[in-house]
Design a protein around this ligand. Structure first.
Ligand code: T1G
Length: 655
């Protein structure tokens, strides 16, 4: 099989070209090809070498799919040291995203050039790793300690321009990168530019307290994660040791992180997220319908957030409300959200203005006659939804996709209200919709394949992580949330306190414990939903007696300043003895003798509640695959990525 790396002389420049789609990952074949090419360059007539990549990006990192498999020489750190030791001047020419081992390869070159649109970074931390091929040693020598810690602990890429400002890129190439890089290499040679090895540079002056500052920050931001402390250790080594010794420290840390259950879980999610985008039984060549403009029915919190998700992706939106006042309120929510993003520095004023300009409103459905997609986002009244879809069926053009944002209702029943059920699909966004990444795409009985394929493609464009669900009450996430919440209620009656349950789950890694989640959502939501149910349908009264008593006492959750907890003006929760009394009295009513419950039992029963329901969802074919359920719980419900998701955690805990 031909090597993914080619080498040829162009004039007196040796050009190494990598061609390993889709992202030029540093597979064994690529590493071997790079080694052969750089060795060839040492003895030919080249005066300099340029490393380029075909396709959409420079090297995007080590080949993650090789992790955990038997190691094959050459190892990346050794290979990069050989590149850096080259007797010929080496230039890395960057386009797309030079990430992880890809950016480390560029740092091992003597000079780096990039097109303006290129991005560089160290995303290893998102995989529970740290740069393992010299990045923690070379970056501080080139860009200094603070910039390197920011880059490596955030995992976020920076632009070529930003990289140039901190010394990680030397030249921005406008126009054709290949020609520009070769011309620049020739100029470097002509100017007598030295072979500049970053490993031989010393780390620029830095504030010695920075490591302690970072430890304090990371203790909170990356609570419980293993890799961040290793990053500090490795970067600190770069400031106190020789390059070789620092490299050894990095290597030791890298191996420890690679073998950690956290990295195994985070690597599982990396591939699970991409797997979720694949539709079993639907050809990946299924043509997509055009989605040039979108209509949103309902200007509430959800409608506003959904509208922003599309506008932020450059897609014009028409928001429909029932009156001018309601429409003004809806557009006002959007205005406030954008102003908040600008104030927090998340968005420039120009970008916010451009997005806002893409959102218009109307009280007349006729405004939707030309849209390609409509998303209904009104409150959870099934009759109202059916009425809306009947109107949309009459107003929207043939081929328009009609989507509902319902968080649990029967998409098939909604589709049946139209004469085009094949155009109807669920698009369940999570609040706040312009921030939360999860999108449950609900496939109705009659939903057409091309509608599904179109929505999955669109999800990526609006930067959502889409997971397909079949039709059932609550789809995947909310269906699993039900037994999870019920189990929390049983634990309360049996002897645990709200703060013990929440603390145990937050120590496990959940972003927020279940009782705090219910206070955030509002206890009255469940109360009202139960009012419409028969006693049989309500289920075991032990699973809702306490929240019902809280609601009847006016404790609706954060919205009323108290629920399971009391809340101050900053919404900080404080345990409330009144709640303990109410729980004790409810337990007595049920004849329950309360007992001490361990944190381990709390975590085990709550996670098992999620997993047992997840298994039913799989058995019923509601979810395409177990890893899809993991993606739902990590991107929609704050399950810790370091544990790989509820299903992965259960499978590996019991293995
Ligand atoms: N290894 C293997 N496969 C990869 C890969 C990688 N590094 N990156 C992407 N893929 C696959 C992905 O699974 C998908 O496959 C296809 O490429 C397109 O990806 C030593 C140890 C580059 C920004 O973490 O961030 O280097 O589903 O859908 O949206 O210190 O991919 O088509 O079969 O994401 O255009 C560090 C991870 C590795 C970068 C492109 N690097 N990749 O985004 O495409 S660790 C990363 C990305 C490391 C060193 C350490 C993105 C992207 P399939 P995609 P995209």
């Amino acid at each position: 099989m031909s090597s993914p790396v080619s080498y040829e002389l162009q004039g007196n420049i040796g050009v190494i070209t990598l061609d390993n789609p889709p992202v030029n990952a540093l597979s064994h074949a690529v590493r071997q090809g790079l080694l052969d090419a750089i060795n060839a360059a040492q003895s030919d007539t080249s005066s300099a070498v340029v490393i380029l990549c075909e396709g959409r990006t420079f090297i995007a990192g080590a080949d993650i799919s090789e992790f955990g498999k038997p190691f094959k020489e050459p190892g990346l750190p050794e290979l990069l040291n050989i590149i850096e030791a080259s007797s010929k001047l080496v230039v890395a020419a960057i386009h797309g995203t030079a990430l992880g081992g890809g950016f480390e390869t560029a740092l091992a070159a003597h000079y780096r050039c990039a097109v303006p649109s290129a991005k560089v970074g160290f995303p290893e931390i998102k995989l529970g790793l740290l740069p393992g091929a010299g990045g923690t040693q070379r970056s501080p020598r080139l860009a200094g300690v603070k910039s390197s810690l920011d880059l490596i602990t955030s995992g976020a890429p920076i632009s070529a321009g930003q990289a140039a400002e901190i010394g990680l890129v030397d030249e921005i190439i406008d126009g054709d990168l290949s020609a520009g890089a070769i011309a620049w290499a020739e100029k470097l040679v002509a100017d007598g530019a030295p072979i500049r090895k970053s490993s031989e540079q010393s780390v620029p002056e830095f504030d010695s307290s920075i490591f302690d500052q970072y430890r304090a920050t990371l203790a909170n931001r990356a609570r419980g994660q293993v890799a961040p402390e290793h990053v500090l250790t490795a970067v600190e080594a770069a400031t106190t040791m020789s390059f070789e010794d620092g490299l050894a420290v990095e290597r030791e840390s890298f191996v420890e992180c690679m073998n950690s259950s956290q990295s195994v879980g985070m690597r599982h999610i990396f591939f699970a997220e991409r797997q979720a985008a694949k539709l079993d039984g639907v050809s990946k060549d299924t043509p997509n319908r055009p989605v040039e403009n979108v209509g949103i029915i309902g200007g509430g919190t959800m409608g506003g957030g959904i509208a922003m998700s599309f506008a932020n992706a450059g897609i014009p939106v028409t928001m429909i409300e029932i009156s001018d006042d309601a429409l003004a309120r809806g557009l006002g929510i959007i205005e406030r959200n954008y102003a908040g993003s600008v104030k927090r520095g998340k968005l420039s004023e120009e970008k916010a203005a451009a997005c806002r300009a893409l959102i218009s409103g109307s009280t007349d459905y006729a405004a939707l006659a030309g849209v390609d997609l409509v998303i209904e986002a009104v409150f959870e009244d099934p009759d109202l939804k059916k009425k809306i879809f009947k109107k949309l069926d009459a107003v929207c053009k043939p081929g328009a996709i009609l989507a509902t944002n319902t968080s649990y209702q029967d998409v098939d029943a909604i589709a049946a209200a139209t004469g085009r059920p094949e155009d109807v699909v669920g698009m369940h966004f999570f609040s706040p919709a312009h921030i939360m990444k999860l999108l449950e795409v609900v496939r109705g009985e009659r939903t057409a394949d091309d509608v599904l394929a179109t929505v999955m493609t669109l999800a990526k464009k609006i930067r959502k992580v889409a997971v397909v669900s079949g039709v059932c009450y609550g789809f995947i996430g909310n269906r699993m949330l039900q037994p999870y919440g019920q189990t929390a209620q049983l634990l309360l009656l049996e002897g645990a306190s709200p703060q013990q349950i929440d603390t145990a789950m937050e120590s496990f890694g959940m972003a927020m414990g279940p009782l705090r989640v219910f206070d955030l959502a509002g206890l009255d939501v469940g109360y009202k939903a139960r009012e419409a149910l028969s006693d049989d349908d309500k289920g075991d009264p032990k699973t809702f007696r306490v929240p019902d008593l809280l609601v009847e006492a006016g404790r609706l959750g954060q919205k009323s300043g108290c629920g399971f907890y009391s809340y101050d003006d900053n919404r900080k929760p404080t345990p409330d003895p009144l709640v303990d009394e109410l729980i004790n009295s409810a337990a007595a009513d049920f004849g329950i003798v309360r007992r001490d419950i361990t944190d381990e039992e709390i975590v085990d029963r709550l996670v098992s509640a999620l997993v047992d329901e997840g298994r039913k969802i799989l058995d019923e074919g509601i979810a395409q695959r177990s890893s899809d359920i993991d993606v739902v719980y990590i991107y929609g419900y704050g399950f810790p990525a370091a544990r790989g998701g509820p299903m992965f955690y259960a499978d590996n805990r019991r293995a």
